[in-house]
Every structure is written in structure tokens, then in C-alpha cells.
Design a protein around this ligand. Structure first.
Ligand SMILES: [Zn+2]
Length: 254
């Protein structure tokens, strides 16, 4: 009976380990999601800023072309001015020259402002570009480190599954069926009893059942949760010479 219980517990331990490794393997890649989101956000901002800057550059080019045309017009207005034959022509040409000068000067002022703004935008853009590069490098490094972790977890999971499958072969077919049903229904199938209390559902067992468990001649079930139960102290005491180390507190009390 002791061996039967021990093999059931061994199976239960390995099943729990398989579940844990499986969950870790699934959760691992999602850990980089916050970093990926940050990177996507920063890249998006960078793209928008680049777009704006290129639109500004386009605008500046247009302004400069326009200014060249205005300078030509100014030159012809000046020619008109010097060629004016009477005061009427002179006044008109003079007004045109003034008008062109003002227009060119306004455009120059605005271009200067835009040039200054562009310069500081370019500085910010360069800084952001560096941030994005740093994040990309970090993500690449993290992904690489994680690839190793994922592979390690997968290998560990495979090995544990093999151990678990081997442990299943040791358990009696009938008992295995009960174990599987209970595991599916209750999460785990085998519960220890400590001081007469089932550790699966925390109900006190009837004293008679506790006495039956003390004899270790049969595998009993908890009347409340239906789990297979055993008295913890009985299994631990005589298990000590085996590879399984007893809990520290049990060892200290002896
Ligand atoms: Zn119970």
C-alpha cells in the first residue's frame, strides 16, 4: 500500500510540474509585449515627426522658389522705376518696388522662424531616433535571451512529460482511472491528512476513517471531496531513507 501511495504521489508531483512548465512556456513570450508596445508607440511618433519635417522641407523649398520669383519681379519693378518717364509712372513703379520688398522681407522673416523650428525639431527627432534604436536593440537582445529560455523550458517540459508517462505505468490501471477522474474534477487527486484533517478540502475526517488510514492496508477516499487520502506522518516517517527528503520542520521535531 505504501508503494501504491508513493507512486500516486510521485505521479501527482510530476503532473503538477508538467502543468507548471506548460504554463510558463506559454506565458514567456508575452513578457516582451510591454517592450514591443513601447517600441511600436515610439516608432509611430518618430514616423509622424519625420513626415512633418519632410512636409516642412517641401514648404521651405516652395517658399524659396517663390522668393526667387519675387526677386525677379523686384528687379523688373526697379527697372520700371528707373525707366519711368513721368511722376505718375514713377509713383506706380515706386509703390510696386516697395510692395515687392515688403513681400520678400515678410517671407524671409517667416522662413527664418521656420528654419529655427526645423533645427530644434531635427534635434528632437535625432534623440527619438536614438531611443527607438536602443529599444530595438534591447528587444532583439531580450528575444535572443528568451529564445534560449523557451528552448530550455521546452526541453524541460519534454523530459518531465517522459518522467510523468513513466510514473503512470507504475500505478495500477484501476487506481489510475480514479486518479485521472479526480484530477480532472478537483485539480489534484491525492491529499494528505494532517491531525485528522483532509488537506484537500480541510474537513476533519471521521475518527474511524482516520484509524483505518493508520493501518495503511487500503487506499481510502475523503467523504467530502472524494480525494484519495493518506496520513502524512505515516508515509513520511518510513520514507526517510529514500531519495525524498522530509520537510525541514518534520526533521527538526525528531
Ligand atoms: Zn477532503
Amino acid at each position: 500500500m505504501r508503494e501504491k501511495l508513493a507512486s500516486l504521489l510521485q505521479l501527482q508531483t510530476l503532473d503538477a510540474k508538467v502543468r507548471e512548465l506548460d504554463a510558463s512556456a506559454k506565458a514567456l513570450p508575452a513578457r516582451l509585449d510591454p517592450l514591443r508596445r513601447d517600441l511600436a508607440k515610439l516608432s509611430g511618433m518618430l514616423e509622424i515627426e519625420r513626415q512633418k519635417l519632410s512636409e516642412t522641407a517641401q514648404w521651405r523649398k516652395q517658399q524659396q522658389e517663390q522668393m526667387e520669383r519675387e526677386n525677379e519681379l523686384l528687379r523688373s519693378a526697379k527697372n520700371k522705376l528707373s525707366a519711368s518717364k513721368n511722376s505718375k509712372e514713377y509713383t506706380a513703379a515706386s509703390r510696386e518696388v516697395d510692395h515687392k520688398r515688403k513681400s520678400i522681407s515678410d517671407r524671409e522673416t517667416e522662413l527664418k522662424k521656420v528654419n529655427e523650428a526645423t533645427a530644434s525639431s531635427q534635434v528632437a527627432l535625432d534623440a527619438r531616433g536614438k531611443d527607438v534604436e536602443a529599444l530595438q536593440a534591447q528587444l532583439a537582445a531580450d528575444e535572443q535571451a528568451m529564445a534560449a529560455q523557451v528552448a530550455e523550458l521546452a526541453a524541460n517540459l519534454e523530459e518531465t512529460k517522459k518522467e510523468r508517462d513513466a510514473a503512470r505505468l507504475v500505478v495500477d490501471a484501476g487506481l489510475l482511472k480514479t486518479y485521472d477522474t479526480l484530477t480532472a474534477k478537483r485539480g489534484f487527486a491525492v491529499a494528505s491528512v494532517v491531525k485528522g484533517v483532509c488537506q484537500g478540502c480541510h474537513m476533519g475526517l471521521p475518527p474511524q476513517l482516520n484509524n483505518i488510514l493508520a493501518r495503511m492496508l487500503s487506499i481510502e477516499t475523503c467523504p467530502r471531496c472524494g480525494r484519495l487520502v493518506y496520513r502524512k506522518e505515516l508515509l513520511e516517517k518510513k520514507d526517510e531513507p529514500s531519495a525524498e527528503a522530509p520537510p525541514a520542520d518534520a526533521a527538526a521535531s525528531e
